[in-house]
Design a binder for this molecule. Sequence first.
Ligand code: KIV
Length: 289
Amino acid sequence: MTHAITQQPPSDGSKALYGGTSSRRITVRDIARAKDRGEKWPMLTAYDAMTASVFDEAGIPVMLVGDSMGNCHLGYESTVPVTMDEMTLLSAAVVRGTQRALIVGDLPFGSYQEGPVQALRSATRLVKEAGVGAVKLEGGERSAHQIELLVQSGIPVMAHIGLTPQSVNTLGHTVQGRGEEAAHQLLRDAKAVQDAGAFAVVLELVPAELSAEVTRSLHIPTVGIGAGPDCDAQVLVWTDMAGLTKWPGRTPKFLKQYADLRTALGNAAKAFAEDVVGGAYPAEEHSFH
Ligand code: KIV
């Protein structure tokens, strides 16, 4: 299936984040200009060089090496066990696999909650050893001091509020910001991360009307996941987007699957196995003499 690009490119189309022609790496300054132009943009997660290279060639301007790698790549039950070593290894692979996308490395649980100095140590490692262009961390007001020190130190930060999966043990997986007090807190969190210097903020599982209000009130872009259509950008976990993730029950309401890789890959594996068992592979043309 092909998807028409309905959005009008900026008058200088070469600068568009998606569909632009510039081949240098995208920076946080390009992201800020896109918000000024009212341009929407897509973000996907990536955890390895080969998949990242496919998304880079497809023009995805921002990739997140998310701690969702815990569930989607490393076989953990949540994001909580992901370590700095794992994040650094996979972020470096994604950087190596890409030429144009801005690569954002996630700070895993336990790598920044102690305070700004711990956050700076962890973020510095991702920038120096993996080569990421920015880092992401969870939390609004509670993470503002960490964001401030990273930004002052020259490390661009994407914040993440609403449902923050590292807090799964306290928040569960429910929509956030429902009710007057929760909505006010979400707005306070959004303002706090912007004031601390974040260049963008992920809104996860937030009612669409509230996301729209946050998006209107901030000068930095909002990146929605389960946060309605009015965010400046949208992010999906790539294995969810491409139909590779195996869901124990129903797929989440916010998810749209753009392929069925789980079936395609399973069928390819079965066809290979049957060829081997039946003697059809390797054939004459696959053999050396
Ligand atoms: O780790 C991740 O993939 C994320 C996205 C869901 C935003 O944080």
